[in-house]
Each structure stands twice: as C-alpha cells, then as structure tokens.
Design a protein around this ligand. Structure first.
Ligand code: SAH
Length: 259
C-alpha cells in the first residue's frame, strides 16, 4: 500500500449501514469501511456488514449489550473526536441512515466544532428496507400522498406528538422506536380521528434473516405485539397502503454463496 500523508486535523465519515442486509449498504460505504483505521458502530449494524471492515481496523462497539449500559452520547462524541485527532480515519457506522433518528446531527456538530473533516454517507433507512422487503408502497396514488417518519420514543411515559396532524387520511405513518409506546400511540391516533380499523403492521428486523411482519389494524396493534412477542428493533406502519401488502409474493435474493 502506498504511504499517504494524513491530515493532522482528523477525518470522520458518518456512514449509514442500511437496515441490516449487508447488500443494502452503499458502494461508497463499503469503500470507506475498507479504508477506515477505526470503526465505531452500534447495535443495529447487520453482522454481514462488519465483515466488510478492513481486518486491520480497530473496531469499537458502542451499543447496548445485555447487562451493560449504552455509552452515553457525549462519550461517543468524545471518542470520535479523540480518535480522529490522533490522525486516524474514523468511520462512525450507524444502522439505517445516520440522519434519520440516528443522532448523526449531534455528532456532526461536535466534530465540526472540533475542526474535524466530516463526510456523510447516506443509508437505506429502516422504513425503506421494510417496504421493499415485504412489498408494500409507502406512497400510492390511490392510498397515500404523504408519508411521515416519526419517533414513538417515550419521554416521561408519554409520546409527545401532534396527533391531529398525524391522524390524516391518505397518509402513511411509519413509527420508529414505538414498541414500548404502542398503546399510547394507538389510543391517541384514534382519539384524533383515525379509524380503529385503519390497516397497520408491526415489522421486526426488516431485511435481516429473522425478519417478521405482523399485519393488523390500528386498534389491535398492542395485542398483536403482545401475542407475537414483538420486540425492538421494530417499526409500526399505519395507513391504507398496508392493504397492498405483497409479503407472500416478494422475496429478497441472497448472494449465490449463501443461498
Ligand atoms: N438510523 C436508523 C434508525 C435508528 S432508530 C434508520 O435510519 O433506520 C432505531 C429504531 O429504528 C429501532 O428501534 C426500530 O424502530 C428501527 N429499526 C432500525 N432497523 C430496523 C429494521 N431492520 N427493522 C425494523 N425496524 C428497524
């Protein structure tokens, strides 16, 4: 390998790993994983993606592990800055897209404030992976003219969202991190006028080998989650596009060697 002069100021790439299937990372993302000196990654990065990292790169897991606490966001930012300032090329690898519920914006600000060069590589966000993997459109001329991605993360035991704006006809709602707040979400959307029989689905680990989809209705979301023991990472999709689900007729191809 030819010797290159590294900028002393440091360099970080925020790279989207995609929803799980290792073939759904971008070509640019793969190249940067090969070039990285350090890769800092968390939970939702598919196993096959880690195999794409240069064997000589240092790998640092900053996600949640059983019995361990997640590294606080401040500590992750400090780690990124410290590693970059040693002159190493750091890839911050995140599930899906770094700028969709991925805290990429916070990390970008900290890195730029430290004078570090930053590159951002988009990834296929979970909603897009789920729609493709199970065969339902997110928009459709006859069903949905808009599609919103929202977080259902609980704050002080409530989900603080603009329910009337969400409970609109002809709109697809995709909820990230919403499994623990399912009951609140379902009740609030119905109270704001969305019919309880609106088609919906819970989607677990889209594009992973263990993926699963549980079609239901807005009113039956929490019992469907309970009955099927649906746990995070999962998406909730609500909207008439779910009538168009073709999960029994679409399938993802796999590379020949693992078919
Ligand atoms: N940046 C990521 C989202 C991170 S937030 C992206 O763009 O996809 C984490 C949440 O994303 C999870 O709690 C879950 O709601 C969702 N998620 C991520 N990957 C998923 C997958 N493969 N299938 C279903 N949901 C997923």
């Amino acid at each position: 390998m030819t010797q290159t002069t590294r900028p002393t100021i440091g360099r970080v790439a925020l790279v989207g790993a995609g929803p799980g299937d290792p073939e759904l990372i971008t070509v640019k993302g793969v190249r940067l994983l090969r070039e990285a000196d350090v890769v800092i990654y968390d939970n939702l990065v598919g196993d096959g993606i880690l195999d794409l990292i240069s064997p000589t790169a240092e790998r640092i897991f900053v996600g949640k592990m059983a019995g361990n606490h997640t590294l606080a966001q401040d500590d992750i930012c400090r780690l990124l800055v410290d590693k970059a300032l040693t002159g190493k090329f750091v890839v911050r690898l995140k599930g899906g897209d770094p700028f969709v519920f991925g805290r990429g914006g916070e990390e970008l600000d900290v890195l730029l404030a430290a004078g570090i060069h930053v590159e951002i590589v988009p990834g296929v966000t979970a909603a897009l992976g789920a729609a493709a993997s199970f065969g339902f459109p997110l928009t459709h001329r006859d069903h949905a003219q808009s599609c919103v991605f929202i977080t259902g993360h609980l704050k002080d035991d409530s989900v603080d969202l603009n329910w009337p704006a969400l409970a609109q006809p002809n709109q697809t709602i995709v909820i990230y991190m919403g499994i623990t707040g399912l009951e609140i979400i379902s009740a609030n959307l119905q109270a704001a006028g969305l019919p309880g029989n609106t088609p919906a689905a819970l989607i677990y680990r889209a594009t992973w080998p263990t993926q699963g989809i549980y079609p239901c209705q807005l009113a039956t979301l929490s019992e469907t989650a309970r009955e099927n023991m649906v746990k995070p990472p999962a998406l909730i999709v609500i909207g008439s596009v779910m009538q168009l689900l073709k999960n029994d007729r679409v399938a993802s191809s796999r590379p020949a060697e693992i078919q």
